[in-house]
Design a protein around this ligand. Structure first.
Ligand SMILES: O=C(O)CCC(=O)C(=O)O
Ligand SMILES: [Fe+2]
Length: 208
């Protein structure tokens, strides 16, 4: 019998691109989802996720974040992100499907996801590490992207002689940040003056 790939199956993933750097380790799977899944997932996430415009207070001044965000996860996991306390919204079936794929690749479980919606090139996220105390240290973080390709940059926290790393995160890619990467490296999605379509990113995490 010939089996057809349904919208919820994924393509065989093969082996990832290994990015091995001093004090860090990443793996990039370039096309984990089919074209049909990528566009269906993007549209569904854009529509069904409860996107919020959050603000951060810098030097006493409130500023909107240059992106929309949302936080989903197992109940009773709260998380503070850039000074914003967030209560997770319960998983949707689609988020559970994507989570299952991330878990297969990372060989661990995740109990929460932070979603970012980059509306234009004016949206981005500045240098940071996902090293908040609530997160289990050394647990992989899986970053799943849909929509426009954006540049993802990494730099070592303390040793400026170590080369920066630049990855292009394409639609349907899954980037695993492993081992001591959050402890020793910062990452960012730089803003760009070039025209770019919107992009949705999901970072699956494990809260203690
Ligand atoms: O959009 C991305 O690829 C990265 C997002 C990110 O670093 C974060 O949410 O912590
Ligand atoms: Fe991050």
């Amino acid at each position: 019998m010939i089996e057809q790939l349904s919208l919820f199956d994924t393509y065989p993933h093969g082996s990832p691109e290994e990015i091995i750097v001093p004090d860090g380790h990443l793996q990039l799977y370039r096309s984990i989802f089919s074209d049909a899944q990528v566009s269906s997932y993007y549209n569904q996430l854009k529509k069904e996720i409860r996107w919020q415009q959050d603000s951060i207070t810098l030097f006493g001044k409130s500023q909107p974040l240059p992106r929309l965000t949302a936080w989903y996860g197992d109940p009773e996991r709260s998380y503070t992100y850039s000074g914003i306390a967030m209560e997770p919204t319960p998983w949707t079936p689609l988020l559970q499907t994507i989570k299952a794929k991330a878990e297969t690749l990372a060989k661990v479980t995740f109990n929460s996801v932070l979603l970012n919606f980059y509306r234009t090139g004016e949206d981005g996220v500045s240098w940071h590490a996902d090293d908040e105390p609530e997160l289990k240290k050394g647990h992989p973080i899986a970053s799943v992207s849909f929509g426009a390709t954006r540049r993802f940059l990494l730099k070592h926290k303390t040793d400026s002689t170590i080369d920066k790393v630049e990855l292009m995160l394409t639609s349907g890619s899954v980037l695993l940040m492993l081992d001591t990467t959050q402890e020793y490296w910062l990452h960012q999605i730089p803003k760009t003056k070039k025209f770019v379509n919107p992009r949705i990113n999901l970072t699956f995490r494990f809260i203690k």
